[in-house]
Design a binder for this molecule. Sequence first.
Ligand code: MSP
Length: 474
Amino acid sequence: MNKVYLTTAIPYVNGEPHIGHAMDYLLADVCARYHRLLGDEVKLQAGTDEHGGKIWKKAEELGISVEQYVDDNVKKFRDFIAKLDISYTDFVRTTDSNHERRCQEIWRILSDYIYKAEYEGWYCTGCERFVTEKEYEENHGVCPDHQKPYEKLQEENYYFKISDFKDRIRMAIESGEMLILPEFRKKEILRLLEDTPDVSISRPTSQLVWGVKVPDDDSQVMYVWIDALSNYLTALGYPEEDITDWWPPVAQFVGKDILRFHAIIWPAMLIVLGLPLPKTMVSHGMVLADGQKMSKSIGNVVNPVDVLDRHGLDAFRYYFLRHVDTFADSDFTWEKFEDAYNNELANDLGNLVQRLATLAAKNNFKFEEKLDFEFDNEYNDLMTKYEFAKAFDYAWNKIQELNRRIDEEKPWSLAKNGETEKLNECLSGLIRDLLRANYALSPFIPGATEKIFEIFSGEITPPEVPLFPKDFVA
Ligand code: MSP
């Protein structure tokens, strides 16, 4: 049995979760469920990023204590993850004392490569990121993601000597030791790496108090990214615990907007810590609303609860895992969501289950075969390349094929003509293949697939209410 460690980016808790936040969780969850079906033991980390200027400012604006503010929002994220049925095993809050202590230990280990210097430059609080003069000019002084002017910062900070590790990181990326997916992002990162200066990794407490304290220096708190990236290690108890069974992560799921931190600062930290680099960094695209990134700062967010309320979790997972491309940006519109629900979930899968179960029940047909499930090579190949939307398509095609087959084989005519043996053979074949396709669908839509397995085990009873009723009113 292999041990597989998977991670998700930890969201800032400066507001409520939006549908874009679902992507890390869903992709990592599909991967986790797939590995569990292969017999692997899986740890899936999740958590919340609770420090930094953006959160501090928001709590201040609302006139509540920052502790209260993060507690309230963390609860919303935890509820969201539970609603998405994410099979996580570990949850890190960056304000948790275990995390903070471990994070300070990590800083101590890094300290040979940390130095103090005066910083003067541009910062985006939305990204919690310093930008280079070149980027500042290219973007005409305004962050394209948050549409807010960069702020000028002049302060004394600690720096991390990224420059010492550039060659080693480039080699790891080029050789595939740390695989960056998709391929075109890898090229972007290699270009960025060239231009990356040493990074500032602390803020003076005169400017920001809401952060993990730098060890042995009360005048500074850690830059939120050092704190946040460390969570992947502190989740496993590092450095107190031995993590060799689980380290390195098999895959880390992050949005393309934060790949730079994960593909440059993070490996540099790991190299100093003497730890192997993650095997794969899977960077997904953005869910857009009307062609724009969905973000709390822009205010164009779609509330996931609205989406879940319309047609439930299976429809949510179905849409975001099949119609939102795994790697490219995809627009969310209600129209596309409803189309997918009515034309695919309801028509393809819902109808197939209903038709087959009704036919079986009417003809007293029981499905008693014990199936040994295996994934097809093509499906495995797509899953191991993290092409989840394509693997989902592959399994869905089987459902569509079955719909065609049932129309061709016309089991209702066999029943009408009293051709029982042929009918049983036909139903066995169709149900067997439905259950096989259902198995391949199960990492994606675990709720619906579990119901389908139940419907077709032993005595077959068609569901009283179709799996995906077409009662939708916009
Ligand atoms: N706190 C950092 C991550 C630290 S990880 C050590 C952060 N937080 S975030 O809330 O801005 O984003 C959390 C995750 O959600 C990131 O992977 C980000 O890419 C993803 N998304 C945020 N908005 C998104 C969309 N509109 N669409 C898809 N993913 C999105 O960055």
